[in-house]
Design a protein around this ligand. Sequence first.
Ligand code: N7H
Length: 420
Amino acid sequence: MKKKRQLYWFFKIENSTEFKAALHTDISPILTSTTQLLDVSTQPITAVNIAFSQRGLNALNFTEDVGDPSFSHGQIGDVEPFHDRVEEWVPAFKSENVHGVLMLASDTTSNIDAQLLSIEAALHSSATKVYSLEGAARPGSYEGHEHFGFADGISQPYVKGFGTALPGQESVDPGQFLLGEEGDPLLPSRPSWSKDGSFLAFRQLQQFVPEFKKFLLDNPTIVGSMTPEEGSVFTGARMVGRWKSGAPLALAPLSDDLTLAADPTRNNNFNFSEDEDFIRCPFSAHIRKTAPRDNLPTAHILRSGIPYGPEVTDEERALNVSATDPALERGLAFVAYQSFIPSSFAFIQAVWANNPDFHVNGTGLDPIVGTNGGSPFEFTGIDPYNVSKPLTVLQDFVVSRGGEYFFAPSISAVRDILSV
Ligand code: N7H
């Protein structure tokens, strides 16, 4: 659902009989199908999707094992290897009340509000809001860029059978994302109603943008005739593995290349096979940590997040510190789809991003999403001429405010099974 605005509306089911009736009659007909989304001409003004936590399925009396232990435990039961500080979590995600999430996406807030009003009227008091988060594309030329300033949403796996693969896109069986399809690791044991559904890992990831920018200013990587400012930009690019434009370091190692960045036939067409000494792109770079490409078998997720929160204020910029006012919190409403969370999102976060020895000893943590539970951590490889030199992150640039795991069923399962 690629739209400029998106609302995540987390709800609790209060009366399952009435909720099922509203789900069947009013909500299932407005759920947006993949087919609708694939072509601009058939896209609805406001796209609607719904997903349930294990508690939500239980409330609807679907207690059968869907085959994913992370989903069954719920995110809070799975979080220890992520090194989250649960005290930083949004209270709703620590409660037992998040039964599901409605996701509404459109180009304006008023479209979303109108759609939500009609859904709330249909639900009446059968479900109540426990929390909501509004995502929005950043303004003007920052659209498509997350809050640190980097173009996001460039690299996605190609799902076999959906459209055509772009050069460099890894071709993946649909069962890596859709339960019951070819390539689903648990295909024989899934309940029949789970077919074509997908697990959605939701994380509210707060970003400390002024602190990130200050870190880059304090740690420029100056190569050749680069100015200190250019050196700071280079450090940021080395931490991510792409320039802010999206151009990959693997293809543009020393300076940005806007033409390359804008070309979908080239901007993802690389691997790291000729960069074993990580001169072009550090092992610690976020995109190399989370998708080592040809170096190792990759864990697959389809990312579908959107930034949330306002732009950095003048005061924050002047002080190089994020405001403590909750209204100024900003970050990424991170969403990843997959058919088995333990070997996908949870694996990437815990076993790769948070592992200082992945994928060679001494790499350090992923400087963007790795965390040592709030304690300082090191990462290496940023200086291409002194790759073992460590840099230290004193305060995480990305902090988890919690989340939940959901199951997004197929539309027919919502209409014909879960709601009757
Ligand atoms: Fe990342 N960032 O702005 O630095 N991510 N990410 N991510 N991420 C990617 O290729 C970012 C997060 C992946 O195939 C890009 O679309 C930020 C989590 C994967 O080459 C940028 C946050 C996890 C890829 C960012 C965040 C991942 C990827 C490059 C949190 C999994 C594809 C643009 C606030 C646990 C890698 C692009 C590939 C790309 C950023 C979160 C995983 C710029 C700011 C939690 C698999």
